[in-house]
Design a protein around this ligand. Structure first.
Ligand SMILES: [Zn+2]
Ligand SMILES: [Zn+2]
Length: 877
């Protein structure tokens, strides 16, 4: 037990507490996972933020939720590991370095690969990883001694091992394929990296000899090697299999007509041109029918030499020119405006060009099967459930995964080409010469898709491919907490690769959280200007209030709307807690826990203990089900509306009116013990203020971080105490309401008669002194009482409460006030009724407006009923 001697300050200073506790926790090794420690484990790998990242709201939410779970499990005695790290983020780093180089008037090609990589590493060491410091500021209890980086030596080794094994197993291959190419970023994009955008275009009907067909990309006409129709389309059956010689912009071209199921006979004229070099569907049709590939657009987005006199033109410029030329030749039948979706680069929004090139691929079908099975069998649980469907859909329709990227920063593909014997060697170690012929070799210049290394994250970070104690202790991890935007980019790939390499799922649960939006429901984005810097918010309101806001709003699957008022509200909650602690701490003089333990608790003590037990149960259930907001609101309600609003008020009576020493001791005990347990319950949500207060209270252990998470035993539930206290509180509340209605000052002591419901006489007799003080009344209990004249009436669970008004209310003035008020509210009720009776309002106004007016009417009617009752009381003399 330890208690700082300094008195508790009047105000809570978040910055001060945060600065003090975090380094202490870290220094004492509380964040460390120890695989040798044994016991039940709880492990989490962080979704690695980009090494280029600065903390945004998404990170803040994602990491706060993880920290809540990890802190709770750690306190609950689990052998806990939360493993942090960052991702090398190929494209993002390229963007930064390209900008730096541009400022020097250079390109990356000018300085070459080696110097570029040197610069990238230097940038990473000097500037990268800002986010790690920011996560510490958030209170994240990660095991920083195990921080990883996707390009550190261990993880690079894991990446190479994974690549080589998949190659040896025939799951990685190299093939000509039509890929999504960004001419601006100069790299291939995976299907997931292509965004769809609506654009206006022209649908051009071109004459092809005897046939006419429509296209939005006339420039690709130069790459046509066929025409396709549906096999059942009678209109064109006579042409199928024939090669047509048709006049075109560059003389005559020959195109073969094929029949293919992929053609929609109802779209356009039912004929499509086949351009295998520039369209994914055409590429497949071409493959099925053996059509040649003619590439007329290059990797730079300009027409190639194969485009004849259009060579060198930008692809969109060429489109205009070719339409003009076709028009001049009379080869255009008509042009219609057309709105359609085009694929654009998710990073730079340039229209993606489908191009054929040699790329590295992962055969995903054989990996997806087991990935579907583990979710179907419940070995991985996705929360909320509705994401499961999306997951199945994507996994069942999975396509080969293109893993090569034409970039330098990343894991270079471990494949070497021999110029002499043309062999391709994939190798665990770097090759200098060809193992087949001894000739010179060159390594593939491309790097792997960033998601390839992050797909190994749950086991590569624990030491794979070695069989480490960490892997044995902490794999599979317990839960992955992530946003839905990377469910496929990342989560699905970890599932596939985890099962493949580890023969076990990478995590048992996947919790998918909401997106953070502003108060108006807009996604937080820099371009909308609605982004407050999370660090400034933490500075202003305190990290605990910031965290609590995120957790309290993290409803399952919904958007999270952030507003200043919300955060302010939770700062007030922190202050409320602080003030409660001050009250408790200033009243612990002479407190002796061992003596207090022998005493019989009073009703209020039993009640607050029972409520605490119920709250503990609610918070535990909520966290088990990932209903973070339910957990937060349960503890909030308990602290504010039960402990502070009621128990502290009751406690003051026994402390200040200094009844017997035993009673005082009992109260001290309940005050201190309830607060101490509440702090432990709240610690995962608000780590700093809870430690700051806990250290000043009587406690066991050196930090709240490693104190046990509260458990609720069945015997702490006390339904009798809860029922009895509710009856008392209801009577007090009823009197307070009457006091408010009748505008009687809080200082006036009221005369109240209570006619108890059957079976409650003894309870009210025993608690009368309590009611007297809480409600400021002189209470008389009389089972045979009838309502005195000029008294206000409340009925509480069958008991009648009569509050005498004579002498405390100026009847004439009150009657006048009530009558005036009744007139006003009656008018309002009539107005609303008339409004809601008008069909043109009810039918035409938006549903939520009508609903709001209905609610207003109900409230006004209730108010009218109360006023009428009050008028009855003052009239009744
Ligand atoms: Zn791009
Ligand atoms: Zn060779």
């Amino acid at each position: 037990m330890s208690q700082p001697d300094a008195p508790i300050p009047d105000r809570y200073e978040p910055a001060d507490a945060e600065k003090r506790w975090y380094p202490l926790w870290e220094e004492r090794g509380y964040f460390r996972g120890d695989p040798a420690a044994g016991g039940k484990t709880f492990s989490v790998v962080i979704p690695p933020p980009n090494v280029t990242a600065a903390l945004h709201w998404g990170h803040a939410l994602n990491n706060t939720l993880q920290d809540v779970l990890v802190r709770m499990k750690r306190m609950d005695g689990f052998n806990t590991l939360w493993l942090p790290g960052t991702d090398h983020a190929s494209i993002a780093v390229h963007v930064i370095l390209d900008r730096q180089l541009a400022a020097e008037g250079k390109t990356r090609q000018d300085i070459g690969r080696e110097e570029f990589l040197e610069r990238a590493w230097r940038w990473k060491e000097e500037t990268g990883g800002t986010i790690i410091r920011q996560l510490k500021r958030l209170g994240a209890s990660c095991d920083w001694s195990r921080e990883r980086f996707t390009m550190d030596s261990g993880l690079s080794r894991a990446v190479r091992e994974a690549f080589v094994r998949l190659w040896e197993e025939g799951l990685i291959y190299r093939d000509d394929y039509i890929v999504n190419w960004c001419p601006r970023c100069q790299t291939v994009l995976s299907d997931l990296e292509v965004e769809r955008e609506e654009r206006d275009a022209e649908f051009v009907y071109i004459k092809y000899g005897p046939l006419t067909l429509g296209t939005v990309r006339p420039e690709t006409k130069l790459g046509d090697t066929g025409l396709a129709v549906h096999p059942k389309d009678r209109r064109y059956a006579q042409y199928v299999g024939k090669t047509l010689e048709v006049p075109s912009v560059d003389g005559t071209v020959s195109v073969r007509v094929v029949a293919d199921e992929a053609v929609d006979p109802k779209f356009g004229t039912g004929v499509i041109k086949v351009t295998p070099g520039h369209d994914p569907v055409d590429f497949e049709i071409g493959k099925r029918h053996g059509l040649p590939i003619r590439t007329v657009i290059g990797f730079d987005g300009r027409m190639t030499a194969a485009a004849g006199r259009y060579a060198g033109l930008d692809r969109f410029e060429c489109r205009k020119r070719i339409v003009e030329d076709l028009k001049a030749l009379g080869l255009i039948e008509r042009i219609e405006p057309y709105r359609h979706t085009v694929g654009v680069c998710y990073r730079c929004k340039t229209v993606v060009e489908p191009l054929v090139s040699k790329q590295w691929w992962v055969r995903t079908k054989p990996l997806a099967g087991p990935g579907i099975k583990v979710v179907r069998e419940g070995r991985i649980k996705i929360v909320p459930r509705n994401w499961t469907k999306t997951y199945y859909y994507w996994m069942e329709n999975i396509r080969p995964w293109c893993i090569s990227r034409q970039l330098w920063w990343g894991h270079r593909i471990p494949a070497w080409y021999c110029d002499r014997c043309e062999a391709v060697h994939v190798s665990r170690t770097d090759l200098a010469t060809c193992p087949s012929c001894g000739g010179p070799v060159r390594q593939d210049p491309d790097v792997l898709d960033t998601w390839f290394s992050s797909g190994l994250w749950p086991f590569s970070t624990l030491g794979w491919p070695d069989a480490t104690p960490e892997l044995r202790a902490y794999y599979p991890t317990s839960v992955l907490v992530t946003g839905f935007d990377i469910l496929f980019f990342w989560v699905a790939r970890m599932v596939m690769l985890g099962i493949h390499f580890m023969r076990a799922v990478p995590f048992h649960d996947v919790y998918i959280h909401a997106l953070v939006r502003d108060a108006e429901g807009q996604k937080m984005s820099k371009s909308k200007g609605n982004v407050a810097d999370p660090l400034e918010v933490m500075e202003k309101y305190g990290t605990d209030a910031f965290r609590f806001t995120l957790v309290a709003l993290a409803g399952l699957g919904r958007d999270i709307r952030i507003s200043d008022e919300r955060i302010e509200g939770y700062r007030n909650f922190a202050n409320k807690l602080w003030n409660a602690a001050r009250l408790v701490l200033s009243n612990l003089d002479g407190y002796d826990a061992s003596k207090a333990r022998k005493l019989e608790p009073a009703l209020a003590d039993r009640w607050i203990q029972s409520r605490l037990a119920a709250t503990i149960g609610a918070v535990r259930t909520a966290l088990r089900r990932y209903r973070f907001n339910d957990g937060a609101s349960a503890v909030y309600r308990f602290v504010w509306h039960e402990y502070c609003d009621w128990y502290l008020e009751i406690a003051k009576l026994s402390l200040y009116r200094a009844a017997e020493p035993a009673e005082r001791l009992q109260t001290q005990r309940t005050l201190a013990e309830t607060l101490e347990a509440t702090l432990r319950l709240l610690h995962p949500f608000m780590p700093f203020i809870t430690e700051e207060i806990w250290q000043r209270l009587p406690h066991k252990g050196e930090s709240i971080m490693v104190a046990p998470y509260p458990k609720a035993g069945r015997k702490q539930h006390d339904p009798t105490a809860e029922r009895e206290m509710s009856a008392v509180m209801d009577v007090v509340t009823a009197v307070r309401n009457i006091r408010g209605e009748m505008r009687i000052g809080p200082g006036t002591t009221l005369t109240v008669t209570l006619r108890p419901a059957r079976g409650t006489e003894a309870l009210f007799a025993a608690t009368a002194p309590l009611i007297d003080t809480l409600a400021r009344v002189r209470l008389r209990i009389d089972p045979r009482a009838s309502r005195p004249r000029a008294s206000a009436l409340a009925v509480v669970a069958g008991s009648e409460v009569y509050v005498e008004l004579a002498g405390v209310v100026d009847f004439a003035a009150e009657r006048a006030r009530l009558q005036k008020e009744i007139t006003r509210v009656t008018e309002s009720v009539e107005f609303l009724k008339a409004k809601l009776a008008r069909p043109e309002f009810v039918e035409r106004a938006p549903a939520q407006i009508v609903e709001r007016e209905r609610e207003r009417l109900a409230a006004e009617e209730a108010r009218l009923a109360k006023l009428t009752a009050s008028l009855g009381w003052v009239d009744d003399r």
